[in-house]
Design a protein around this ligand. Structure first.
Ligand code: SIN
Length: 279
């Protein structure tokens, strides 16, 4: 039996995990966390002083690990990507709404992000429920979107002439020569719950399959407004030892960049996923 309690953080997304040491989880704990992740989209636990080995071991309880191709890697532990911003940098990683790895044909299931160094204030992460965003659409719009697919890529972000190349993160990032392209249904079914999810995001979705980008942008921009409604979001405030586990299929996230002059270092392990299917 597990002693874990899950306390909802907001109406549609997020729960705080209480009563667990994630460095020593039982099978029963993992079952509770798996169900909780499917139900809440993101789980958050405080005061978890995991070593890198424990972080990796905990991630392996969920399945295989995807090594991120772009972020700096902790030299000793290739499974752990560093999401960092120094006192002198202006640009952060993940400072726009996105879902990780939608540019892969088999996108990552989720991530486990562990705070190592946090600024005295700021540096929160926002999460949005893409299940709630889909539910909020009209039946007519839902029916149309169910017939559509969208093309995703990361090249415009990470390539040698991409967005990060113009910033002070350029020297830290890798993978400038990689080329990515994936096509996913615009409405996916969650592989575990079967719930329908709006699966497009402002960072990586380029256009609807068979449409031009110019034709796609007005509808994409309309859809992007919906999860930006705070009613569909939760906000995580980090301290060293805080950890979040999120589901990349059912949520977007946004790392706030409001702590210039201070360091923030997070260790991220990305969890492998499966192909995504529509209704
Ligand atoms: C990310 O997008 O994975 C980074 C999130 C964060 O640093 O809060």
């Amino acid at each position: 039996m597990s002693m874990i309690t899950l306390k909802p953080l907001a109406e549609h997304v997020g729960a705080e995990v209480v009563g667990v040491d994630l460095g020593h989880v039982t099978d029963a704990d993992v079952d509770v966390l798996r169900r909780g992740l499917a139900d809440y989209g993101v789980l958050f636990a405080r005061d978890q002083s995991l070593t890198p080995e424990q972080h990796i071991a905990f991630a392996k309880r969920w399945g295989a690990i995807d090594i991120n191709n772009y972020f700096p890697i902790d030299g000793e532990y290739p499974e752990i990507a560093e999401v960092k911003k120094s006192e002198t940098q202006q640009t952060n990683i993940g400072g726009a709404w996105h879902t990780d790895h939608s540019y892969d044909q088999i996108p990552a299931m989720g991530s486990i992000l562990l705070a190592r160094e946090t600024p005295p204030s700021g540096g929160d992460t926002l999460f949005a429920s893409m299940t709630a965003a889909f539910d909020a659409l009209s039946e007519g719009m839902k029916a149309t979107l169910r017939t559509m697919r969208a093309v995703h890529s990361a090249d415009h972000i990470y390539a040698a002439d991409g967005i990060y190349a113009q910033t002070d993160q350029a020297d830290l990032l890798r993978g400038h020569d990689l080329r990515t392209r994936a096509v996913h249904p615009v409405v996916i079914k969650h592989p575990e719950t079967g719930r329908e999810i709006l699966y497009v995001n402002p960072a990586f979705t380029l256009y609807f399959d068979g449409w031009t980008r110019e034709e796609s942008l007005p509808l994409l921009q309309y859809l992007y407004q919906i999860p930006q409604n705070e009613a569909f979001q939760c906000r995580l405030q980090w301290a060293p030892g805080s950890i979040a586990i999120w589901d990349n299929r059912s949520t977007w996230h946004y790392a706030m960049n409001d702590y210039h002059g201070h360091r923030r270092l997070m260790h991220r392990i990305t969890l492998s996923g499966c192909e995504l299917f529509g209704a």
